[in-house]
Design a binder for this molecule. Structure first.
Ligand code: URA
Length: 233
């Protein structure tokens, strides 16, 4: 349940003072009935909130960045395990956000969400080649031969052909890997196939977006400028 005035602000109806005025003027309805009390508790999942007769909620386009901690599965719902949705503030629930691609339960770092289906498909399509940069800690040390194999397009143990990827050895047991696709456990399997099983994985960049100073476990909305950059990536 959420306060009606908070819902209206979150849905982009206006600032807090504008929303107060709208309510006072009787322009807001809840399930078709005019409502002037901004403190009224509503369930954004089920209530139909309208401003001047136009339904709100789930309408505003939103793109969100989460700094995912380990221990959360990338799914909108799971019966037994905590999901990445549990990390988003409840006031965004009505936005109907979906994760863009997936990070494994134990992978940390940058995970995007959006309610814009076109943008979601564009971002996960290997043909659009949005680059994702991962930092990995692993056994062994990556060498020039590994770099070459990644660049040529590695074939995984089960015969899966990967697109060309950039492997940058950082030192013993540490590398950066840049890929433009998102096959199941891809980076872990790529490094393991070269004898370097991964003990820690973090996504640090997607297109031109980085985590910046966003703390682990926190989420924020992207600015219009950041969304534009993503669309052009
Ligand atoms: N590759 C992986 O192996 N795991 C992830 O979570 C993301 C990319």
């Amino acid at each position: 349940m959420e306060r009606l005035d908070k819902f209206l602000c979150g849905a982009g109806a206006g600032t807090r003072s504008q929303v107060k005025q709208m309510l006072k003027e009787g322009r807001v309805t809840v399930n078709g009935v005019p409502e002037k009390d901004g403190g009224r508790k509503i369930d954004p999942e089920t209530a139909v909130i309208a401003l001047d007769g136009q339904p709100l909620g789930g309408m505003r386009r939103a793109v969100v960045m989460l700094n995912k901690p380990a221990g959360f599965v990338t799914a909108t719902q799971d019966d037994t395990q905590p999901t990445v949705m549990d990390l988003l503030p409840p006031e965004w629930r009505h936005l109907d956000l979906k994760p863009v691609g997936r990070l494994d339960k134990d992978t940390e770092g940058l995970l995007l969400f959006t309610n814009d289906g076109d943008l979601l498909h564009r971002l996960i399509s290997p043909r659009k080649a949005v680059q994702k940069v991962y930092y990995a800690r692993h056994e062994g040390q990556a060498g020039p031969e590994d770099v070459e194999v990644f660049e040529r397009g590695l074939v995984l143990g089960d015969g899966t052909q990967c697109l060309s990827a950039l492997l940058e050895p950082l030192g013993p047991g540490e590398s950066c890997v840049t890929v433009c696709e998102g096959k199941y456990h891809q980076v872990r399997r790529m490094l393991a196939s070269r004898g370097m099983p991964v003990s820690y994985l973090e996504r640090r960049q997607e297109g031109s977006l980085t985590l910046g100073d966003l703390p682990r476990g926190q989420a924020r909305e992207l600015t219009p400028e950041e969304i534009r950059m993503l669309e052009e990536a």
